[in-house]
Design a protein around this ligand. Structure first.
Ligand code: HEC
Ligand code: HEC
Length: 300
């Protein structure tokens, strides 16, 4: 059983901030990627260490090596250290058309010269290949962006094919009813309505799926993982739907009915979530299917 760790508390804090910022900020900076695939490419790193660093360091290190004038630090005392710092800085390792290193232009500091920009472009293209970043930025850099990317990549046809809509109709023990009898309109941040293949339930199944794509309901599928310093690291499968029903109940707590999801649904849910996460990472989210707009309208 999973202990509620420090990470969970921190995620809540991060989210609070994200929610507070939600309306004012634009989406265009959220998908910039960093880290991503393990270790990156040694060719790419070699190119950076041998060519790029020497070329840009003199122009940029004055501020970006020392945080002077409020500049973010992403350069170190030597090429190796700079490479590590850049790897850890969200958004810099991305396709040249997205990476602020190439795109920043004139700011408190100078723009890259043509030669510097060409070298940086060649290097980032190597990174894109080695880390499979795709043409688009891969790993989102904050939890809100990660949830959105996951939700946008959830495939409805696959969801129904795996019968995940039927979770809503799973019966709890002791005649306490099906999930949908208590969670049909999002109670406890869990939305489970519909639940059968009966045509009458189609629009409810569509709504349930649509809700799962969104915050806060999406947290029943994936949760954020944070690093020791509290910054966002990645998302991973949540196990709440699976674990809740068999957890030891605390005395005096609001006692939730016991249940166990059928094992085929547990397997299906786990593989759906893992597959969606890997599709997000590999940029395989185009052409995913969504519920018909008609189904959603019919139920409003
Ligand atoms: C005189 C100081 C100074 C110099 C020199 C300088 N910068 Fe900056 N840079 C800043 C400051 C201040 C910021 C933060 C404010 C901003 O984003 O404009 C910044 C921000 C950035 C960012 C943004 C990071 C992000 O999160 O988007 C990038 C990328 C960047 N600089 C690239 C460069 C490059 C490449 C060079 C060298 C060609 C360079 N800078 C030289 C002061 C400098
Ligand atoms: C009799 C009503 C009832 C039924 C039936 C029911 N729940 Fe709940 N559920 C609740 C209530 C009330 C809460 C909030 C209090 C709590 O967390 O125990 C809740 C909370 C939850 C939570 C979120 C809280 C957490 O600890 O993460 C999950 C997940 C959950 N239920 C799953 C299910 C599933 C799956 C089913 C169907 C198998 C189900 N519930 C059936 C009433 C119900």
């Amino acid at each position: 059983m999973k202990r509620p760790g420090k990470g969970i508390v921190l995620v809540a804090l991060v989210l609070g901030t994200a929610a507070a910022m939600a309306c004012g900020s634009s989406d265009d900076d959220e998908n910039a990627s960093s880290s991503g695939a393990a270790a990156g490419g040694s060719d790419a790193k070699k190119f950076f260490v041998e060519k790029v660093h020497a070329s840009v360091s003199d122009s940029c290190r004055e501020c970006h090596g020392t945080a002077s004038r409020g500049a973010p630090v992403f350069l170190g005392p030597n090429a190796e250290a700079s490479y590590t710092a850049i790897e850890g800085f969200p958004g810099l390792l991305a396709a040249p058309s997205f990476s602020p290193i190439v795109q920043k232009g004139v700011h408190s500091g100078p723009a890259l010269t043509q030669t510097q920009s060409d070298l940086a472009t060649q290097w980032l293209n190597l990174e894109v290949k080695a880390r499979k970043l795709g043409a688009d930025p891969g790993v989102p850099k904050n939890l809100r962006a990660a949830f959105k990317a996951f939700g946008d990549c959830m495939d409805f046809a696959k969801w129904t094919e795996l019968k995940l809509h039927t979770i809503a109709a799973v019966a709890a023990e002791g005649n306490r009813g099906q999930c949908r009898s208590c969670h049909a309109t999002g109670e406890a941040s869990l939305w489970l309505s519909g639940g059968t293949d009966n045509p009458n339930d189609e629009s409810q199944n569509a709504i349930t799926f649509t809700k799962f794509r969104e915050f806060p309901y999406i947290q029943r599928l994936v949760v954020g993982r944070v690093k020791d310093d509290g910054t966002f690291e990645d998302i991973e499968p949540a196990r709440r739907l699976i674990d809740k029903g068999t957890e030891a109940q605390q005395l005096q707590a609001n006692s939730h009915p016991r249940y166990s999801l059928p094992s085929d649904l547990v397997t299906a849910l786990s593989s759906y979530v893992l597959e969606t996460i890997s599709n997000v990472k590999a940029n395989r989210c185009t052409g995913i299917s969504s519920p018909d707009a008609g189904l959603l309208d019919a139920s409003q």
